[in-house]
Design a binder for this molecule. Structure first.
Ligand SMILES: Nc1nc2c(ncn2[C@@H]2O[C@H](COP(=O)(O)OP(=O)(O)OP(=O)(O)O)[C@@H](O)[C@H]2O)c(=O)[nH]1
Ligand SMILES: [Mg+2]
Length: 447
């Protein structure tokens, strides 16, 4: 799929398929999230509709009545010759009174977006029936990822996911078009060509990605002796904003979904000795396409290597508990082991004192913060430093006056807790990690 609708002109009608396993508040919240996703793409949501079905797997995902209703809302563009009467009959029977008036589109919808995944044939059926562009949830998420990818790694990962998504849909489209134009045999030839082109492109992208990932791994190994903290969480929870606050960096926080697709690593600020690294990671979302999860394996490797995971949630969002479940699920799926972790209930500035107290009772081990409140930021900074300190080993180093040049090095790379000046040497008490201490001792032997 390549988005052909012009975002600035696009009116979108959202459709929720309610099944026995997916209904009520869950469906409503999910639809609200879909509205934010399509808005992130620049679409205007002009209405929402829901359809009860026993499953989302039916060949025709919309029943006839609902199809007619939606065809009406999209300007009846898909009504093929000879079927007008049929649609008109149905429309006459449809009761529009259950659509709240503020939900009625003031303009015809140009695209229809389903809040579930559709198979290539379901998508093609409904597109033919309505005559407008149709998207499913995965298609929308992949499109957002494609637009927001900035670095080479993110672009490669997203393009691989996009091609995997497009491949079966491309087969259906080209086959259908060709069938209509020149008969099945010729269509299959083009189909084979298209398939091979996608396969070749995928193989090339995977090769490129492997080489970039190799480089990234090298960089991670170089940093491996430092204490690393990773911010993980649902999209828009405030990870980048918190990252910026605790590292004094220019990492942007933006009020759009999936603003961050690349892992950024910065040092905790004010700077500590030894330095503590903080990484910001890609946000998650419900029903994150499998390919995308797989493609972010390497990006999330930062989280895998972290000694401390900060689970950032938007505590002002009523559905944050369900969002937290999604974060746990995805992290499990990509194999991020739970190292030490802290739940950071962010956006507390949006909560009343009573709400904050209730949250503290519900999550006694969590930290309630606002990335916008400097004293909260410094509390989180202190917590990180304390955890890092606990991981360190304390040792006394005897530095002879003849080698006192090394003191500067110690002070700049380790946390010095005591310095005692004796007759022939300085006794320095330091806290640092095992690797750095071993390296220092080796240097002392040489000096
Ligand atoms: N009121 C309030 N808004 C916040 C806070 N933290 C972040 N925000 C806002 O929430 C929105 C999302 O913040 P980001 O930092 O981009 O969120 P993210 O978790 O990095 O999102 P992704 O990169 O999409 O995963 C932005 O508009 C921020 O300004 C906070 O503590 N309080
Ligand atoms: Mg971000």
């Amino acid at each position: 799929m390549q988005l052909t609708a012009k975002a600035s002109l696009t009116n979108a009608l959202l459709i929720s398929i309610c099944t026995p396993d997916f209904k009520g508040d869950e469906a409503t919240e999910s639809l609200a999230e879909l509205a934010r996703l399509v808005t992130t793409l620049g679409f205007k949501v002009v209405g929402t509709q829901s359809q009860k079905q026993s499953s989302t797997k039916k060949v025709n995902v919309l029943g006839l009545g609902k199809l007619a209703e939606i065809a009406h809302l999209t300007g009846n563009q898909g009504v093929v010759e000879g079927e007008e009467d049929f649609f008109e009959e149905i429309i006459d029977e449809v009761d529009f009174s259950d659509i709240p008036s503020d939900n009625l589109p003031f303009a015809c919808a140009d695209v229809v977006v389903f809040d579930c995944d559709l198979s290539p044939s379901q998508l093609r059926n409904v597109e033919n029936q309505l005559g407008v562009e149709v998207f499913d949830r995965t298609g929308i998420i992949i499109e957002i990822f494609s637009r927001h990818a900035r670095t080479k790694t993110a672009k490669l990962q997203v393009e691989i996911a996009r091609l995997n998504y497009v491949a079966p849909r491309l087969r259906e489209t080209s086959c259908g078009d060709k069938e209509r134009q020149m008969g099945k045999g010729a269509g299959e030839t083009t189909l084979e060509l298209n398939r091979r082109a996608v396969r070749d492109q995928l193989a090339e992208l995977k090769r490129e990605l492997a080489s970039v990932q190799h480089e990234m791994k090298g960089r991670r190994t170089q940093r491996s002796e430092l204490f690393c903290v990773a911010l993980v969480g649902y999209t828009n929870a405030g990870k980048s904003s918190m990252m910026r606050a605790i590292t004094g960096s220019d990492v942007e926080g933006e009020n759009k979904l999936f603003a961050t697709l690349d892992t950024t690593v910065r040092a905790l600020f004010p700077i500590t000795q030894p330095r503590i690294l903080v990484s910001d990671t890609v946000g998650f979302i419900k029903k994150l396409p499998h390919d995308l999860v797989a493609s972010f394996h390497s990006t999330l490797a930062e989280a895998q290597d972290a000694s401390l995971l900060l689970y950032v949630v938007d505590a002002s969002d009523p559905s944050f508990r369900a969002q937290l479940d999604v974060v746990h699920e995805v992290l499990n799926e990509v194999g991020v082991e739970d190292s030490k972790k802290l739940l950071v209930l962010n956006k507390s500035d949006q909560l009343s004192i009573e709400q904050q107290q209730a949250l503290m009772e519900e999550f006694p081990d969590a930290m309630i913060t606002s990335a916008r409140n400097p004293s909260d930021v410094s509390r989180l900074h202190k917590y990180i430093v304390q955890v890092a300190q606990e991981e360190m080993i304390e040792e006394e180093i005897i530095v002879p006056y003849t080698a006192k040049g090394i003191i500067g090095e110690i002070r700049s790379s380790m946390s010095v807790t005591k310095e005692e000046y004796e007759y022939s040497h300085i006794k320095v008490t330091v806290r640092s990690n095992a690797i750095d201490l071993a390296r220092l001792k080796k240097r002392m032997l040489i000096v």
